[in-house]
Design a binder for this molecule. Structure first.
Ligand code: 4AD
Ligand code: MG
Length: 484
């Protein structure tokens, strides 16, 4: 892959390292990570984790030019690629020609060659991708996205683009961002003094979608197997390291699938994409594995994770997920030490309790020591569309819980019986008029069907060993923050 610009052939660093053309002249370009001893440039162009050492002949280089070689500067370099004497790299470039394309004032450029905290870098989110950690995370994010499409495309699933602006609240949780063109200062009012959305752009109240599922279901009832992969928006005021207001979700939906088929697909899917990055992102994973290991060393012994990053990924790929019913999980939780000693923030005393992240993590990290698929949850704590079990108390829900993350997947078999669904909607006080098209699916050629949603950023968190979800999406949106 060569690009001809300004009469020169530039190689990307990934290509230089993949097939080093030793003793040949090469041209490369990128940004200076560091410049040491007026001699050694660590160059990176974003194509790989590895920096290319470029050795400047400082005695024959003008002082004025040397002064411009600072961290962050963009440079083009031509020189001979030779075996490196230094440790840590196989080849280096002996600089013959150096052109500073864009300078970076060392007094002002915030990303200096020292350890910056992730909090600091979040405020410089427009520059943080020039660091080793963030470029590794973003490359892995990109490869994961590709693997997701490949998995479903290989299986013949159809990629469907569900709408971003919607008139329905799929999850019924009411945590939505309004989309409106009405004058916020002076909205039109109806006879009762309420805002008159009939006069709004769409002639009704609309929001940003919280899930593509309901529209996805309509397409599954015609195309058979579909998936969506798009942005979703939730106005929940959860300022945690696991929640974003804008995140990406993968939602497959399959006609004729029952709950167990759904679990099998979800497990195979997660294993496939994680295995894919083990093969394709080796250098980035090794780097992040080391980063995590260094971070773990700063923690007290008893809080350290027993497994490294790559080890954790392999563990998930190679082992069966534990499948446990909600009822069994509640028994475990009710009788566990942190519950009895009141160390949980939310104590579990009866069947029906909603599980918090502390409980999910206890099950995965302490009790089962493996990813867990929890199924058959109480109907009361789950969304209206889940299929009611024969016990009339539980629904065919399934959540997948991951170490260090908690819930990574939420899914279910859907209620395909018209009367049962109508009754449910009525008890919950949902207006059936709003869902007429969704109910139509149960009127015409209804099938048992299932699907799930995987939170993409939670997956990237797991795959990169990062701690905060704000650090695995380019520009995080969280309460009180939509900078950039
Ligand atoms: O469990 P949830 O709410 O399920 C749904 O939206 C279903 N409609 C999915 C389906 O069956 N098609 O969300 C699914 C996943 C969660 O398990 C979690 O990984 C992620 O989406 N998620 C979030 N990720 C980041 N920030 C948030 N605020 C998230 N809320 C949910
Ligand atoms: Mg959920």
């Amino acid at each position: 892959m060569r690009r001809k610009i300004m009469g020169m052939n530039y190689l990307r660093l990934a290509e230089v390292f993949a097939q080093p053309k030793k003793n040949k002249t090469v041209s490369v370009r990128g940004w200076v990570r560091t410049f040491r001893a007026n001699r050694f440039i660590a160059l990176n162009d974003g194509s790989t984790q590895q920096n290319l050492q470029c050795v400047v002949d400082f005695e024959n280089t003008e002082q004025a030019l040397l002064k411009k070689i600072n961290s962050g500067a963009a440079v083009q370099i031509t020189g001979k690629l030779v075996e490196s004497m230094g440790s840590g790299q196989s080849v280096e470039v002996l600089v013959e020609q150096l052109n500073v394309v864009g300078e970076a004032d060392p007094e002002l450029y915030p990303i200096q060659p020292k350890k910056h905290s992730f909090e600091f870098l979040r405020e410089k989110a427009h520059l943080r991708v020039r660091t080793a950690t963030f470029s590794a995370v973003m490359r892995i994010r990109s490869v994961l996205s590709f693997a997701i499409h490949q998995f479903f495309q290989e299986k013949g699933f159809c990629y469907v683009h569900t709408p971003i602006i919607t008139g329905s609240d799929a999850e019924g949780a009411g945590e939505m961002f309004r989309v409106s063109t009405l004058d916020a200062k002076n909205p039109p009012l109806d006879d009762e003094g309420a805002v008159d959305y009939k006069q709004d752009f769409f002639g009704k109240e609309t929001h940003l979608t919280v899930s593509g599922q309901l529209e996805g279901e309509t397409y599954a009832q015609g195309l058979g197997n579909i998936y969506t992969f798009g942005p979703t928006f939730r106005a929940e005021n959860s300022n945690t390291s696991r929640h974003l207001a804008e995140f990406w979700m993968i939602e497959p939906e399959m006609a004729f699938y029952e709950l167990e088929d759904n679990m099998n697909l979800a497990e195979a899917f997660i294993k496939y994409i994680l295995e894919y990055i083990l093969g394709k992102c080796e250098k980035d994973l090794e780097f992040l594995d080391q980063r995590l290991a260094n971070e773990e060393k700063t923690k007290p012994q008893n809080e350290r994770s027993p497994m490294g990053l790559i080890e954790k990924i392999k563990f998930v790929v190679e082992n069966d997920f534990k499948r446990v019913s909600y009822t069994e999980a509640i028994d475990v939780l009710r009788n566990c030490k942190p519950n009895k000693k009141k160390r949980f923030e939310y104590l579990i005393d009866e069947w029906g309790a909603d599980l918090q992240s502390e409980h999910e993590r206890y099950l995965v990290e302490k009790h089962f020591n493996a990813p867990v698929i929890l199924y058959d949850y109480p109907a009361k704590i789950k969304a209206f569309y889940m299929r009611l079990n024969e016990d009339e108390k539980t629904v065919r829900a399934m959540d997948i819980l991951f170490p260090g993350i908690g819930e990574i997947v939420g899914g279910s078999q859907r209620e395909e019986r018209l009367e049962v669904l109508e009754k449910k909607i009525e008890t919950l006080g949902i207006d059936p008029e709003e869902l007429w098209w969704y109910l139509d699916l149960r009127r015409f050629g209804s099938t048992p069907h299932s699907g799930f949603g995987l939170g993409f950023e939670r997956l990237v968190l797991f795959a990169t060993g990062m701690n905060n979800i704000r650090d695995v999406i380019p520009f995080p949106r969280t309460p009180q923050n939509a900078s950039f």
